[in-house]
Write a protein that binds this ligand. Structure first.
Ligand code: NAP
Length: 277
């Protein structure tokens, strides 16, 4: 596969992570360009990554194979409508914006309704900033096999990229991994506070909690058995872990998690309805 030319529209946090990840993967610097209205932001990205960056979105997309829409959802409609006359049929549009459905992007990006572009809609998450993210990707029918590979290579530069069969699943991805880091932060806060109440210095409780979260996640990722089996293996009858797990379950832990993620997925669908207008 020829190395695609990639243009980023918006060079904020997420675009900077993707650019850094692509360069670290060995993508040549001249294959990546970007546009951003902020002069300071342009100077920062140019100094950090050495890519070509300009203020004009139309200039950035000229000759690009892949166009990454990395602006905030609120400005997406305006950005897309202004870009529409500058796009060609063969270009792949990758949107990382939360809550903007493909049919809205198609509507905003095509000068004529019958000429809808190929779109991959992605839902990354914040650990992408450390290249430890995970993204759900959905491709519209016009996306070719080669373009799917290009989108996957792009998102793999900042973590794991997983394909979805239906666009609706983006709401579930948002509920599980998009908002997910905050659930783990909440658990870290609660466990740290409990450790402190049990007599540990706050810093010690925090380090014990965070290292345990990291270690447990790595064990779950690297093990050939599932999390339920790993949990069974560390839960001896009448032991300390069993005392805690029984207490969590008596408080309705699983039902609470289910309810929380359902609330996030519902909100994601509502936001898509509003932002896609
Ligand atoms: N950060 C995350 O963890 C995360 C996770 C999932 C999805 N996302 C999605 O990723 C997208 C970008 O998020 P971010 O955190 O990288 O935001 P960000 O840091 O605010 O980056 C957006 C950049 O776009 C620029 N911009 C504004 N108007 C523009 C225009 N008309 N043309 C070109 N660029 C323009 C902004 O410049 P100004 O600041 O000067 O306006 C800013 O530099 C969002 O849609 C968000 O939903 C982010």
């Amino acid at each position: 596969m020829n190395e695609p030319r990639i243009a980023f529209i918006g060079a904020g946090n997420m675009a900077a992570s993707l650019i850094g990840g692509l360069l670290a993967q060995g993508v040549p610097v001249e294959r990546i360009r970007a546009s951003d209205p902020g002069a300071e932001q342009r100077a920062k990205i140019s100094a950090e990554h050495g890519i070509f960056i300009c203020a004009d979105n139309a200039e950035a997309v000229a000759g690009a194979d892949v166009i990454v829409l990395a602006v905030k959802p609120q400005v997406m409609k305006r950005v897309c409508q202004a870009l529409a006359p500058h796009l060609s049929d063969s270009q792949l549009i990758v949107s990382i914006a939360a809550g903007i459905p493909c049919n809205s992007l198609e509507r905003w990006l095509s000068a004529q309704p019958e000429a809808a572009p190929a779109i991959v809609r992605c839902m990354p998450n914040t650990p992408a900033l450390l290249r430890q993210g995970v993204s759900g990707l959905y491709a519209t029918a016009r996306v070719t096999a080669e373009q799917r590979q290009q989108a996957e290579q792009l998102l793999s530069a900042v973590g794991v990229a997983l394909w979805l069969d239906a666009e609706q699943q983006i709401d579930a991805v948002t509920a599980v991994s998009g908002s997910g880091p905050a659930y783990f932060f909440l658990l870290i806060e609660a466990m740290t506070a409990a450790g402190e109440q049990l007599g540990l210095p706050r810093e010690t409780a925090a380090q014990l909690t965070m290292q345990t979260a990291l270690g447990a996640a790595r064990m779950a990722l690297e093990s050939d058995v599932d999390a339920a089996e790993l949990r069974r293996r560390v839960t001896s009858p009448n032991g300390t872990t069993e005392a805690a797990i029984t207490s969590f379950q008596a408080g309705g832990f699983e039902a609470l998690v289910h309810q929380a993620l359902t609330a996030a997925a519902t909100r994601s669908a509502e936001l898509a309805e509003q932002l896609g207008q």
